[in-house]
Write a protein that binds this ligand. Sequence first.
Ligand SMILES: [Fe+2]
Ligand SMILES: [Fe+2]
Length: 274
Amino acid sequence: MDIDRRVFIASLGGTTAVSLLSDEAKADALEEYMSARLNEAAAAQSAPAAQQFPSAAQLEAQIETRSTRRGVGNLFTARTGNVKRLDKLPSNPRLVDFFTMRFNNTSNHCLQSATKALRSGMSEEVVLACLLHDVVQEIIKVDHGWWGAQLFEPYISEKATFAIRYHQALRFYADPANGYEYPDLYRRIFGHDYRPEPYIESTYQMVRKHKWYGEARMVTVNDLYAFDTNAQVSLEPFVDIIGRNFKQPKEGLGYDNSPVAHMWRTIERPDAPL
Ligand SMILES: [Fe+2]
Ligand SMILES: [Fe+2]
């Protein structure tokens, strides 16, 4: 069990109070504190989901309490305070430039999931799909699997595109045999009683029978535990994989006249008025 030292000391009345305790009394206090935390954790686990997480209706009722919609991309809204001025990208921007200068809210999670895929020996296509799977949330969150696949489709393999597109639907369906359990995170953000819409259900039914199901499923598996606030991540281990698997246009992303060039320009210049 991880103990937050400051919280523990505060629970005893602060450092001065602790300094007055004998070593034996400190040990007893620590044991009592750990037992209490353990009981709390057990109670939280056995509590019905309805007590731990909001319902879909409660989340729906929050809509008019916000100034922006839940699906707005990270680049267009500040979590607190005002948005910040963005650094100018080089004139022929590459994927790595977007990673370091625009994917500021999603890169840590994506790098964590790609690192897990790399360490568990997955194919370069799966590693690349993990690396890219959520970065489109910088411009939009709704249906991010489809948006993300579209953003990358001209530059990566069909298989990696498939994995990005369909991780969105697969994440709602457990597959314990492949190491994927339905996460509490989704009970929290979608509601404990959320049921995926029919288009998600039918997409899932199609993908589970597809020859590339495994690739899309592995994106969800590496997605699950990639929210470690202490993780040290770097793009460096992925530079060669990007070089081999991402067709970087020589004009720069946003300037190659591809069908998705406008999406890259939007990420580059989210402060442009029109
Ligand atoms: Fe995702
Ligand atoms: Fe993710």
